[in-house]
Design a protein. Sequence first.
Length: 463
Amino acid sequence: MKKRTKHQNDLGNDPVLPLVLRLAIPSMIGQFVNVLYSVVDRMYIGHIPLIGDQALAGVGVTGPIVTLISSFAFWVGIGGAPLMSIRMGEKRHHQAEQVLANSFVMILVMAVILMGISYLFKTPLLLAFGASVETLPYADSYMSAVLTGTVFSLIANGLNQFIIAQGFANAGMKSVIIGAVSNIILDPIFIYLLDLGVAGAAWATVLSQLFSACYVLRILFGRQLPVRITFRGYSLRTMLIILKIGLAPFLILAFDNILIITLNTVLQQAGGERGDMLVASFTIVQSFMMLITTPLGGITGGTQAILGYNYGARQVDRIREAQRWIIRVAVIFCTVMFVLAQIVPQVFVALFSNSPQTMEFCTWAIRVYTLGIIPLAVQYAVVDGFTGMGIVRMSLPLSFLRKLNFFICVFAFAALGGAEAIFYAEPVIDVLAGICSGIIYFTVYQSILRKRELSSPAAEKAG
């Protein structure tokens, strides 16, 4: 018991600002390191002699498809973890265990189904979503290998949320670092030393995900956490509640990747002879954007445990204070990344390609694509705040509206200004989403908290 107290944050009593920082910073670092999975793969692939640019374009096509599969892990993880936190805040330990048990089963079942379906439709998907005749062999080679690790990916990404949600952000960060460091070490060995090329990068990723998954399972089956994995209490009703809460963040991730797939397709078609170059360039731009949005999601997602626990405990003042600090931390992070994007994008681009044409285009594209990331911080904080408290009726419309508008802008900008104009769609939508989320925060969000403060526990149905 002493060991448990030493490492656990008290979500209901610790001072709010230190608590936010203790959860946000490790989660942000963990997710920042997690980006290295794809960034390091792409960096090494882009420098493969003779075929680097084509191979990078091929892997760029697979990226959103593979990430779309991984988003199912977050559907369960970000759906179940806040619900578990709420049950912990309500002092219903048995139901908190039930949430985790049901989430574990769902992740395993999803992994098997997704892997089977992806193998069946792999080639037509790659062709439909931006692969050309020249880049298809590289895309197929990478995706065929990485799909074998679907179960490891879903366990590592989905179940890690239940470690963070119990206040063990450092342990959650370690699970991500284990995988990322392993990937950095294994990539050059598999790609160059064993001469496996693009497939080598994929196999390095699979092994790294296996290491992360093993660590996550060791923690969740061990005795360190208050809520551990059990094999009882399976309930269809609980599973549906988990899926309902996690629907908004899942749709965010799913639509993000669908939009990237759409962008690859539009760039390939609108770019004509430059299609492969534009897809490769967008892969680099998107890699930089991941260095922003993934850690940003770590800040806003890692602190959901505070909001969920105190929502369950009806400590509304703590929720208000925590949310204010979460927004500030998110804005500060995005401001720093905005400055870097505007000043030194060429340093990042050089990690992927030595082509002068690619360097010039990507430097311009990164500066344009990141113009709206500061308002985007508000969108992330508000949507994840609603999700953390299980209020899907607000988080889902906010998420869907941004994606729908972005989808419309991509085609409109392409029709009006050609392939290059597409890159302006992201900042336009990010600014609008930030403004909309800010209005919701000062109106609806505060109204919901007031109602929660006045509500009676006896008036709610158990479960």
